[in-house]
Design a protein around this ligand. Structure first.
Ligand code: UTP
Length: 476
C-alpha cells in the first residue's frame, strides 16, 4: 500500500487485494476527501463473498442465465382461469364476490416495484414520473395511486402499499410522495423501501467498473430484490401489523395494471393458491414475453430468450401456441408464502445480462461503449414461483390490463404512443359499456381515482351521451 492509499481502512484494503480488485483505487491519489468517502461508502457495503459468486458467474460464459428450473421439453402451459369466462371451474360471479369480501375485510396489501432504471425508455429518474395520461398528462404514479384510492373508496378499507425504490429512483420518488401528499394516500398506509444495488462487472475480466473516479458502476438488483429488501426494511412485519394476509404485486410501468381486480383476487383466494399470477395470451412465437409453464406439479416463468425457437413456435391442435401464457408481472401471494421465502437465503437465483455500461478507461476517460461490455446481475420476482406449492394462473385480456411502457417513441412495441392508444381504447370501451359514444379520433381518459368500471361512468354520464371533444371523465 502506497502513502496515497494510506486512508483506505486496512480490512477493506485486504479484501480488495484478496479479490484482486485494487484497480478500483487507481484514481485514489487524485480524490479529495469527499470523493474518497463516496468510494469507500460504496466499497464498504460490498459483500465480498457474494462478489466472488458474481465474478465466477460473469466469467463462466456458458452460464449466461439462471438455469431454467423445469424440463421444458416435458413442460406444458398450466390450466388458466379466464376473467369473466363462464366455463371456468370456478364461476366468475363467485370469484368476484370472494374478491370483494377480501377487499372489504382489509386483508389485502400491495407492492409496487418502482426501482428500475428505465434505460430503454431513456429515463433519468423514476419511470413513475413519466406522463402517460392521454388528456390529463397524469404520471404513471398518479394513475396507479389513483386506482388504489378508487379501490379503497369502493371497499371502505385501506390497502397498505409498499413501494420499492432503488438508488436510481429513491430520492425522486420520495420527493414526489412529499409534494403530492403521498399521491392522496394515507401516509400511515404507505411504506417506502429501497432495494440493493449490485456491482456491474467488466465482462472480460470479472472486475469492478468505475463510472467516475470516485464511483463504482452499480445497478439495482432486479425486481426480485423486493423480497430481501422488503423483509430487511421491516415491510413484511408492517403488512402483518396492518392485518394483511395477501399481497398483490405490480410494476410501475403498466398504467392498466389490475393487481386488485376483484375476480383475480377471488380466484386466488378460492383456489387456495400461494401464488396467483396474471397472464395474457401469447399469440405469436416472436412476442418478447416470458411464459408461465408447468411440469410435474411445479410452475415457473421462463424468459423468452430461454425458449428455443422450435419450442416457441409449437402449436396445439386448437391453434394456440403450446406455451401461450405470457407473464405480465402482476401477482398475488399469500403473506405466509412471502414470509417463508424471505426466511430462505437461496430463494432467488441471479440472472446475468450483457449490457453496454459507460465506464472509465485506464486514463480516467468515460467511455460509452456501443456494444455490451459489462455484466449486470438481477433477481426476478417470478423465480419465487417454483417454490410455491399451489399456483393459480389467471388469463386476462391484454387490452383490459396490460399496456407496458418500455421503449422510446417510434419503437415497434411498448412505446409511449402504444400506451396512449391503449388507454384511450380502454376508456372508449368502458364508456361504450355505459352507453356513451365518442366521436372518431377524439382522445378520452378515465380518471383512475374515481372510475373503476362502467358503473362509475353511469353515475355521471347518462346513457346516450356523445363525446365530441377530448376530455377526462371523472366519477362522482
Ligand atoms: P424492467 O425489467 O422493464 O426494467 O422493469 P426497467 O428498469 O423499467 O427498464 P429497462 O430494462 O432499464 O429499460 C420492470 C419493472 O420492475 C421494476 C421496474 O421499475 C418496473 O416496474 N424494477 C426493475 C425494479 O423495481 N427494480 C429493478 O432492479 C428492475
Amino acid at each position: 500500500m502506497t502513502d496515497a492509499h494510506a486512508a483506505v481502512p486496512p480490512p477493506l484494503a485486504t479484501a480488495l487485494a484478496h479479490a484482486g480488485q485494487e484497480a478500483v483505487l487507481r484514481f485514489w491519489p487524485t480524490l479529495d476527501a469527499a470523493g474518497r468517502a463516496r468510494l469507500l461508502g460504496q466499497l464498504a457495503v460490498i459483500d465480498w463473498h457474494e462478489f466472488e459468486t458474481l465474478r465466477r458467474l460473469a466469467l463462466a460464459r456458458d452460464a449466461d442465465h439462471a438455469p431454467t428450473p423445469l424440463d421444458l421439453s416435458a413442460a406444458s402451459t398450466p390450466p388458466c382461469l379466464r376473467l369473466r369466462d363462464a366455463a371456468n371451474p370456478l364461476p366468475p360471479a363467485t370469484a368476484i364476490a370472494a374478491g370483494e369480501r377480501l377487499l372489504a375485510s382489509g386483508l389485502v396489501g400491495a407492492i409496487l416495484v418502482a426501482g428500475g432504471q428505465g434505460t430503454r425508455l431513456g429515463c433519468t429518474g423514476p419511470k413513475g414520473l413519466v406522463r402517460v395520461g392521454p388528456v390529463s398528462r397524469a404520471s404513471l404514479f398518479d394513475v396507479l395511486f389513483g386506482r388504489l384510492r378508487a379501490i379503497q373508496r369502493r371497499f371502505g378499507k385501506h390497502v397498505p402499499l409498499a413501494i420499492m425504490t432503488s438508488s436510481a429512483t429513491d430520492a425522486d420518488t420520495r420527493r414526489f410522495l412529499r409534494d403530492s401528499a403521498h399521491g392522496g394516500l394515507d401516509p400511515d398506509f404507505v411504506h417506502v423501501f429501497r432495494q440493493h444495488d449490485l456491482p456491474t462487472l467488466d465482462a472480460r475480466f470479472g472486475t469492478l467498473l468505475l463510472d467516475a473516479p470516485d464511483h463504482l458502476a452499480m445497478a439495482p438488483d432486479g425486481h426480485g430484490g423486493m423480497l430481501v429488501a422488503l423483509h430487511e426494511s421491516g415491510g413484511l412485519d408492517w403488512f402483518g401489523r396492518h392485518g394483511v394476509k395477501h399481497l398483490a404485486s405490480f410494476q410501475v410501468d403498466n398504467p392498466l395494471a389490475l393487481p386488485l381486480d376483484r375476480e383475480f383476487l377471488g380466484y386466488h383466494l378460492l383456489s387456495k393458491a400461494d401464488f396467483t399470477t396474471q397472464v395474457v395470451l401469447k399469440r405469436e412465437p416472436g412476442e418478447r414475453v416470458g411464459i408461465v409453464v408447468a411440469q410435474a406439479g411445479r410452475h415457473a416463468v421462463v424468459e423468452y430468450s430461454d425458449l428455443s425457437p422450435a419450442l416457441a413456435a409449437e402449436r396445439r391442435p386448437d391453434g394456440r401456441l403450446r406455451f401461450h401464457a405470457g407473464s405480465i408481472a402482476v401477482h398475488c401471494f399469500t403473506k405466509a408464502f412471502l414470509d417463508r421465502a424471505a426466511a430462505r437465503t437461496d430463494s432467488l437465483p441471479l440472472h446475468l445480462a450483457h449490457k453496454a455500461v459507460p465506464c472509465l478507461d485506464d486514463t480516467g476517460t468515460l467511455v460509452r461503449p456501443a456494444a455490451p461490455n459489462a455484466i449486470k446481475f438481477e433477481r426476478f420476482i417470478f423465480d419465487l414461483m417454483p417454490l410455491a406449492d399451489r399456483v393459480t394462473v389467471v388469463e386476462i385480456e391484454a387490452r383490459d390490463g396490460f399496456a407496458p411502457l418500455k421503449n422510446p417513441a417510434g419503437s415497434a412495441a411498448d412505446a409511449p404512443e402504444h400506451v396512449h392508444a391503449a388507454l384511450v381504447d380502454h376508456a372508449r370501451r368502458l364508456l361504450a359499456e355505459a352507453g356513451v359514444t365518442v366521436a372518431d379520433g377524439i382522445d378520452v381518459e378515465l380518471d383512475a381515482a374515481t372510475i373503476l368500471d362502467a358503473s362509475d361512468i353511469a353515475a355521471v354520464l347518462p346513457r346516450g351521451t356523445h363525446i365530441t371533444v377530448p376530455q377526462v371523465i371523472r366519477g362522482a
